[in-house]
Design a protein. Structure first.
Length: 327
C-alpha cells in the first residue's frame, strides 16, 4: 500500500526514518525510474521508508503560465505510475508562491527533516530547489551535513552507457522534454521508449457528432478536458482501458475530422475485434477511460467523401489489429 498525502499535516508525527527524493516527475519516465529505483533500494537497505515529494500544480504553471510546458500526464496518472514502482509514500505539495519563497534551508528543514525525518536524500546532478531555484547539489550536501542526512546522487538514465538514442543515433538523457518533443511529432514509439510504457490519456467518454457510428466505426470520444498531452494529429494503434480495467485493442484518431471540415481537435478510439452481436451494448458514455498510444499508423488526411474515408478506415483497423496482435 502506498500512502498518498496531499498536505504535510497528513504525515504521521512518528513517520520515518525515510529516504526522500523531490521533483515534478512529469511522465515518470525511465530517468525518473532510475532515481526511484535507487531510492527504494537505499530505503530497503537502511530499513527506511521510500518517499517521493512532488508538486501540484507544476511550478511553471505558477511562475510562467503563459509559457508553461504541456503536462505529459495528469496528477492521477502520475500518482498511479509512481505507486506502481514500490514506494511507501508520496507527498503531494500544493505549489504556490508562498512555498516558492522558502529558502533552500527552510524547505529542507521544514519538509524533509522535520516532516519526513529524512535519513537519506536521493537526487540527480541537476537538482534545483528553494527560492529562485537557488539551491543545488552543493547546497543539498551542505544541508545534509548540517541536519544529519546522507545525500545520494544518481546518474542520469540514457547519458552514461545506456542504449537509448535519438533519431540521429546520439545518446540522449531521458527527459520530459524529449517525451514532449516526440509526442508533438506523433512519434509515440520514441515517447514509449523514453517513458518505459505507452503514453496515455485519461478522460470521460462523451457524445460526439456520431459520424464514426454512421460510417460503421463507432468511437469513444474523450472529453476536451481529458488529461495527458495530445499527440500530433493522425491515426494510431493502441489500447482503450475501460472503467472496469478491461483492455481493448483500438484504432485511435487524433484530429479535427478534415473530411467533414471539422475545427476542434478530438481524440476518439474505435475498439476493434469485438463480436458483432456485442457492438450495440458496448456503451462507454460517462465512463472515465484510459487511451494508450502504441504506434502511429499515418497522418491525418482529408478524403474525397465518406466512401474513400471508410475504405481507409478499414485498412487502418486491419493494420492496427496486426500490429497489436504482435504486442
Amino acid at each position: 500500500m502506498v500512502y498518498i498525502w496531499n498536505d504535510p499535516s497528513e504525515v504521521p508525527a512518528d513517520f520515518g526514518p525515510s529516504v526522500v527524493t523531490i521533483g515534478n516527475f512529469d511522465g515518470v519516465h525511465r530517468g525518473h525510474q532510475q532515481v526511484l529505483s535507487e531510492l527504494i533500494r537505499t530505503a530497503r537497505i537502511t530499513r527506511s521508508k521510500a518517499v517521493v515529494v512532488t508538486f501540484d500544480p507544476h511550478p511553471a504553471l505558477v511562475h510562467r503560465p503563459e509559457s508553461a510546458p504541456e503536462l505529459i500526464m495528469g496528477l492521477q496518472d502520475k500518482l498511479e505510475a509512481l505507486g506502481e514502482l514500490g514506494l511507501d509514500a508520496i507527498l503531494v505539495m500544493k505549489y504556490s508562491l508562498d512555498l516558492a519563497s522558502l529558502t533552500p534551508e527552510e524547505f529542507v528543514e521544514q519538509y524533509l527533516v522535520d516532516c519526513l525525518h529524512a535519513g537519506h536524500v536521493v537526487i540527480g546532478h541537476d537538482v534545483r530547489f528553494g527560492r529562485g531555484n537557488s539551491g543545488d547539489l552543493d547546497t543539498m550536501r551542505e544541508l545534509g551535513r548540517k541536519f544529519g542526512f546522507e545525500v545520494q546522487v544518481i546518474r542520469e538514465f540514457g547519458s552514461e552507457g545506456y542504449p537509448l538514442h535519438d533519431d540521429d543515433g546520439e545518446d540522449r538523457r531521458c527527459s520530459s522534454t524529449w517525451v514532449r518533443e516526440a509526442l508533438q511529432e506523433g512519434d509515440v514509439a520514441t515517447a514509449s521508449a523514453v517513458l518505459g510504457r505507452p503514453h496515455r490519456m485519461r478522460g470521460e467518454v462523451v457524445h460526439g457528432a456520431a459520424r464514426g457510428r454512421a460510417l460503421g466505426f463507432p468511437t469513444a470520444n474523450l472529453a476536451s478536458n481529458a488529461s495527458g498531452l495530445i499527440p500530433a494529429d493522425g491515426i494510431y494503434a493502441g489500447w482503450l482501458v475501460d472503467q472496469a480495467g478491461t483492455r481493448w485493442p483500438a484504432a485511435i484518431s487524433v484530429g479535427s475530422n478534415p473530411t467533414f471540415d471539422g475545427v476542434s481537435r478530438q481524440v476518439e478510439a474505435h475498439v476493434i475485434d469485438r463480436p458483432k452481436e456485442d457492438v450495440e451494448d458496448f456503451d462507454l458514455y460517462g465512463q472515465t477511460v484510459v487511451v494508450e498510444f502504441v504506434a502511429r499508423l499515418r497522418g491525418m488526411v482529408a478524403y474525397r467523401g465518406p466512401e474513400a474515408l471508410v475504405e481507409q478506415m478499414r485498412l487502418d483497423v486491419v493494420q492496427a489489429h496486426e500490429l497489436l496482435a504482435r504486442r
